[in-house]
Ligand binder design. Structure first.
Ligand SMILES: NC(=O)C1=CN([C@@H]2O[C@H](COP(=O)(O)OP(=O)(O)OC[C@H]3O[C@@H](n4cnc5c(N)ncnc54)[C@H](O)[C@@H]3O)[C@@H](O)[C@H]2O)C=CC1
Ligand SMILES: O=C([O-])CC(=O)C(=O)O
Length: 328
C-alpha cells in the first residue's frame, strides 16, 4: 500500500542549496523511495525570489517525480511550516562586506526567532528541524529557544558537511575507501574552530589514528584543511558550497529519519551536559540514529589535545549565544 505523504518544509528554497536539494528530496533520496512528500517552500516576500521559486517549481513539475504528492510556495513561515514533519531551514542572511559578526547574528536572530515561533505554533509536534543557514549552530539555538512548546531534541544544526569533508580527507590520506571509514566525529561549532577527531575512527576494525600516526599532519594539515574547506570552496568557485551542502543535509535527515545502522554520524544537537558541554548548547557530537531518534555516543576519552580543541570551539559558541541572549 502507498504510504501517506509527509510534509517537508524548506526555507531559502530558491537559493543555490535549495536548487541542489529539492530535486533529491522529491526523488526519495532523503526519506526513502517509498515515501511520498509534499514540499512546502518558503522564500522572502520579494518579487525576485518568489519568481525564481516559481521557476524551480516548474522544473520540479517537469521531473514528474512519482513521490512528489504536492508542492506549495509561501512567503510566510506560519503557512510554510503548517503540519510540517520535517523542516530544513536553509535561508538566512549571508554576511555582507564590512558586516560585523554581531550584526549578522542580530539579523539572523530576527529570522530564526520568527521561524522558531512559527514552528512552535503550526508544525507537527514531532517535527524534525535541521538548520543549515549560517551561523548554523546559533541559528538552531535561537529557533529552539523560540519554540518552547516543541521538544528541544527536535532542533539540530548541520555539521554533516564537516563530517563528510573529514571522512574524505581521511580516505585520501590512508588510501582506504570512504565507505569503510567509521567512528569519525566533528565536535563543536560549524566554523573553522570545529574539531574533526579521528582518534576513534576505524577501517574494518583497524585504528585510523594508528595507521596515520602523524600528529603533525593532524594539527597542521588535516584540521586546517577541514576547518577552512568552506572558504577554499568560495575562493575556487566564487560561491559557497551548495551541492555538497545539500548532500550533507540529505545525509543528516535520512540518517535521523531512517537510522544510521549503528554507524556514528555527526549532528549538531542540544547538549544534556555530555562531555562537559553546558546544557542546551547546540554542539557537534557523535550520534547514532535509530527509530527516528538520535543518541549521543557517550563515554569517549578526551585527551589533553582534544580537550583544548573542544574548549576553543565551545568558547566561540558561547560567545555567539551570549551575543543573542538579549534577543531571546
Ligand atoms: N551548515 C553548513 O554546513 C552550510 C551552511 N551554508 C549556509 O546556508 C545558507 C544558504 O546558502 P545558499 O543557498 O548558498 O544561499 P543563497 O543566497 O543562494 O540562498 C539563500 C536563499 O534564502 C532566502 N532567504 C533569506 N532569508 C530568508 C528567510 N527569512 N526566509 C526564507 N528564505 C530566506 C534568500 O532569498 C535566498 O534565496 C547560507 O547561510 C550559507 O552560509 C552553506 C554551506 C554549508
Ligand atoms: O563557509 C561558508 O560560508 C559556507 C559553509 O558554511 C561551508 O561551506 O561550510
Amino acid at each position: 500500500m502507498r504510504k501517506k505523504p509527509v510534509r517537508v518544509a524548506v526555507t531559502g528554497a530558491a537559493g543555490q542549496i535549495g536548487y541542489a536539494l529539492l530535486f533529491r528530496i522529491a526523488s526519495g533520496e532523503m526519506l526513502g523511495k517509498d515515501q511520498p512528500v509534499i514540499l512546502q517552500l518558503l522564500e522572502v516576500p520579494a518579487d525576485g525570489p518568489q519568481k525564481a521559486l516559481k521557476g524551480v517549481m516548474m522544473e520540479l513539475d517537469d521531473c514528474a517525480f512519482p513521490l512528489l504528492a504536492g508542492m506549495q510556495a509561501h512567503s510566510d513561515p506560519a503557512a510554510a511550516f503548517r503540519d510540517a514533519d520535517y523542516a530544513l531551514l536553509v535561508g538566512s542572511r549571508p554576511r555582507g562586506p564590512g558586516m560585523e559578526r554581531a550584526e549578522l547574528l542580530a539579523v539572523n536572530g530576527a529570522i530564526f526567532i520568527a521561524q522558531g515561533r512559527a514552528l512552535d505554533a503550526v508544525a507537527s509536534r514531532d517535527v524534525k528541524v535541521l538548520v543549515v543557514g549560517n551561523p548554523a549552530n546559533t541559528n538552531a539555538y535561537i529557533a529552539m529557544k523560540s519554540a518552547p512548546g516543541l521538544p528541544r531534541k527536535n532542533f539540530t544544526a548541520m555539521l554533516r558537511l564537516d563530517h563528510n569533508r573529514a571522512v574524505s580527507q581521511i580516505a585520501a590520506k590512508t588510501g582506504k575507501a570512504v565507505a569503510d571509514i567509521e567512528k569519525l566525529v566533528v565536535w563543536g561549532n560549524h566554523s573553522p574552530t570545529m574539531y574533526a577527531d579521528y582518534r576513534f575512527a576505524t577501517v574494518h576494525g583497524e585504528s585510523v589514528a594508528r595507521m596515520i600516526d602523524d600528529q603533525e599532519w593532524n594539527a597542521n594539515v588535516f584540521l586546517p584543511t577541514v576547518g577552512k574547506r568552506g572558504a577554499a570552496i568560495i575562493e575556487a568557485r566564487g560561491l559557497s558550497s551548495a551541492a555538497s551542502a545539500a548532500n550533507a543535509a540529505i545525509d543528516h535527515m535520512r540518517d535521523w529519519a531512517l537510522g544510521s545502522n549503528g554507524k556514528w554520524v555527526t549532528m549538531g544537537v542540544p547538549s544534556d551536559g555530555q562531555y562537559g558541554i553546558p546544557g542546551d548548547t547546540l554542539f557537534g557530537f557523535p550520534v547514532t540514529c535509530e527509530n527516528g531518534t538520535y543518541k549521543i555516543v557517550e563515554g569517549l576519552e578526551i585527551d589533553a589535545f582534544s580537550q583544548e580543541r573542544i574548549r576553543i570551539t565551545l568558547a566561540e559558541l558561547q560567545g555567539e549565544q551570549d551575543g543573542v541572549k538579549h534577543l531571546l
